[in-house]
Design a binder for this molecule. Structure first.
Ligand code: ADP
Length: 517
């Protein structure tokens, strides 16, 4: 507790000059100062300096005689008050921060230092309160705390999001019906999904951390696969549809389809390889069964049909000259339907042969300038709707299987006619491009979208929008593309929906010596 004497003042005793000096000192303080008299009822304010008037907005006459609590407005239950009471009871000074209100009702934060004073008998007779407006600091602190809270909230949200994302991705990876491995640049397994472990009946501990090539009984240690995998990181070339036919431990002989890609991420996921493994043993077996069925059934159909065709031709020959013309027409028509059936069966057989790699090609010397007009002549008998325009700048021959090449041209012409029912013209052009002969068949019919163009050379693919309107099996282009491929050429299409299509193929020209004169 302070016991004041004024001995350290520049003037002595109770000199009025002394008092004046002290008052001037108090008034020039930038802190608000009040003195309360604890010996009077309700501890009233008996003094306040100028800075307090400025701070509170109250003039001296409105303050003197009141207890300080009026500064708190209606906020009387602040924790700081409790702290003040305690300090006062214990007789020591305290600094607190209070929410106070100016006369105009404006809130300000008051940093209040209260010091008890004893003038006479050791009892607290007065309190001196020194006050500073710390609203700005408090606001800055509050803003900072608010910002911090917001950042904290955002971090929490992001963490939650990331966790959810990870769980979401994990659940996809775990649900996928394909074995997935992530490899590091040294082909060591970093992670394996459940499906991989289940498929190969292996434990995580015998998979993670081990080199891909050491897994199982070295089942993935295949020279060709190694070469492909080693190219992924430097060249970014994925491994696509690589088949591994192998006797695997625990699960026996299986056919696995492998696809591997570089994970396109930087940072800690850089240079990782994602390897997807699919067991296609069953799918392939079922495809083979279907192919076998097609092949056997076409063979079975072919024999009786040949006999029927023979009878049909004999009947045609034996028909008397004066036969009812209706009967002659019917026999003729059934002959045509038999030919159609025979063509379908031949296509099916051809397809099975291609599938099983049994298509045998002759290597005749072919003059397309002669062959194609012949095909066009047959064609114009069947299709009288279209005008066929032939032009050729080809001067050389090619080597190949004449009946197969004829079949390709026939397929393209039949399609051109079939898929351009409202057009009049079909153009056939022969030319030489580098060391290839090029054959193009152009129609002005329904055309093909870019998306469908990618698939029309697949087996059984038919464009869905036109399927219903045109009969067909979706194997003609597949056979044609395979035949041309086996001859060392390429078959492709240029088309736009509604604007017709040009199917072109190339075939290597024979040596200069075979020059056609
Ligand atoms: P098919 O004609 O028996 O259906 P293809 O293998 O010959 O079988 O042709 C596959 C598909 O390609 C056809 O179903 C058709 O949708 C489309 N296509 C083929 N040729 C043409 C063409 N000239 N114009 C438009 N679409 C065609």
């Amino acid at each position: 507790m302070n016991k004041e004497n004024f001995s350290d003042l520049p003037v002595s005793g109770n000199d009025p000059a002394n008092i004046k000096l002290l008052k001037a000192a108090l008034d020039s303080s930038i802190s608000g100062i009040i003195i309360t008299d604890n010996t009077q009822f309700d501890n009233p304010i008996i003094y306040c300096n100028k800075a307090f008037e400025k701070l509170s907005g109250y003039t001296r006459d409105k303050v003197i005689g009141r207890n300080c609590r009026f500064l708190q407005g209606t906020e009387r239950d602040q924790q700081a008050r409790e702290d003040i009471r305690k300090a006062v009871n214990e007789g020591h000074s305290i600094t607190v921060e209070l929410r106070n209100y100016r006369k105009n009702g404006e809130l300000f934060w008051n940093e209040l230092f209260i010091s008890p004073i004893s003038i006479h008998d050791g009892k607290v007779s007065h309190f001196i309160g020194v006050q500073n407006d710390i609203t700005r600091r408090k606001n800055a602190e509050e803003n900072l705390a608010y910002e911090r809270e917001q950042v904290e909230l955002k971090i929490q949200e992001r963490t939650k999001e990331l966790k959810e994302n990870k769980e979401y991705l994990d659940s996809i990876v775990q649900t996928i019906r394909q074995g997935l491995l992530v490899l590091d640049p040294q082909y060591k397994v970093i992670s394996a999904n459940d499906f991989f472990l289940k498929t190969f009946k292996v434990e995580k501990r015998e998979t993670i951390g081990r080199s891909l090539y050491d897994l199982g009984n070295g089942q993935w240690n295949i020279e060709q696969l190694r070469i492909l995998l080693e190219q992924i990181l430097p060249s970014n070339n994925p491994v696509l549809d690589f088949e591994v036919d192998h006797e695997f431990p625990h699960i026996g002989r299986k056919l696995m389809l492998l696809n591997a890609h570089r994970v396109e991420l930087e940072g800690s996921f850089k240079d990782r390889i994602l390897l997807a493994i699919e067991d296609i043993t069953e799918i392939r077996a079922s495809e083979n069964r279907k192919d076998d069925f097609l092949s056997v059934s076409s063979h079975e159909l072919k024999t009786p049909l040949t006999t029927i065709k023979g009878y049909n031709q004999t009947i045609l020959k034996l028909l008397p000259a004066d036969v009812n013309p209706k009967i002659a027409l019917m026999v003729n028509k059934s002959g045509k339907q038999i030919d159609r059936l025979q063509n379908i069966i031949t296509s099916l057989l051809e397809m099975s042969r291609i599938q099983s790699g049994k298509l045998v090609l002759d290597a005749d010397k072919i003059d397309l300038n002669q062959l194609i007009p012949e095909i066009l002549e047959d064609m114009s008998e069947v299709d009288q709707k279209h005008r066929l325009h032939f032009e050729s700048q080809l001067t050389k021959t090619i080597a190949g299987d004449e009946s197969q090449i004829s079949q390709v041209v026939q397929n393209l012409l039949t399609n051109a006619a079939k898929y351009s029912p409202d057009a009049k013209d079909i153009k056939i052009a022969l030319s030489e491009v580098s060391n290839f002969a090029k054959v193009s068949v152009t129609d002005f019919g329904v055309g093909i979208s870019l998306e469908d163009q990618k698939m029309i050379f697949d087996r059984f693919f038919r464009v869905s929008t036109i399927q219903k309107h045109f009969p067909g099996m979706g194997i003609g282009l597949y056979i044609s593309a395979q035949i041309i491929k086996q001859h060392g050429g390429t078959l492709w299409v240029d088309s736009e929906p509604g604007r017709g299509a040009t199917f072109s193929f190339t075939l290597p020209l024979t040596e200069k010596g075979d020059h056609h004169e």
